[in-house]
Design a protein around this ligand. Sequence first.
Ligand code: BMA
Length: 293
Amino acid sequence: MKLRRYEGNPILKPKPENAWESKNVFNPAVVYDKGLFHLLYRGMGRDGISRIGYAVSTDGFNFFRFDKPVFTPKLILEPQGCEDPRVVEIEDLFYMTYTAYSESGVRIGLATTDNFIQWVRYEIDWVERDDKNAVLFPEKIEGKYVLLHRPMHKEPLGIWISYSDDLAEWYGQREIMAPCEEGSWESDKIGAGAPPIKTEKGWLLIYHGVDEDGVYRLGAAMLSLDDPSKLLYRYPEPILEPERDYEIRGEIPRVVFACGACEVRNKYYIYYGGADSVVCVATVDKEEMLGIF
Ligand code: BMA
């Protein structure tokens, strides 16, 4: 099974007239709500700093884009930028996890909104200092918030799970998926991509796998509904790999990196960055995707 690229890709390119997103736009999160696709994407200017931009669409392919970023780095926390947003809706509030980047390393950032334009930042200490690729599940499970993430100092670099009652203190941290054996497309490291999507077969997780040559591909796995630390199945093949010009050439060549996916009318829309330079989308029928599990 492979995802089908939208033939109009890339759907967003850098905008030279907006300094903050003049160099690259990539790694978008998505939320589908009340008939609209809300896209939160990473924009980078010539200053090399990442900010979060916002675009909205009725069809998932043609987006109206705001000229100003909706979320910008706070100097003392993340002077180097806010990267790779992931967004979920939990009980009528939207939560964005992102990678907060500073000279001393990376950390998970969290902010909430109810309108996508005005965000409230949480200044909390996460599970780990050096941690990234954080995605929240879109609902509490057994009364707890559940997070997938990747601590950067725990070898091998795999996908971990943690739980919280209040989004401030985290516990129960453990690895649920590790990179595969040498020579595989996911042998170097793996990380959660889009926040998990609830299905009748379990939590569908789109994640990224990196090989020894630094090529980023997308994979799919299924986690148990009542205990998401339990991996039910991991599809052995990548579901998307860099093939098109806009995935092969760019800021970082040979990268497809997803931060968002949504289900709309029995189809999954997967949003991803191509070569850390442009925003793209690929789709697959729900039935076909679930057929692999
Ligand atoms: C990761 C992150 C992503 C990026 C990817 C490929 O470490 O920095 O934002 O897309 O590398 O360069």
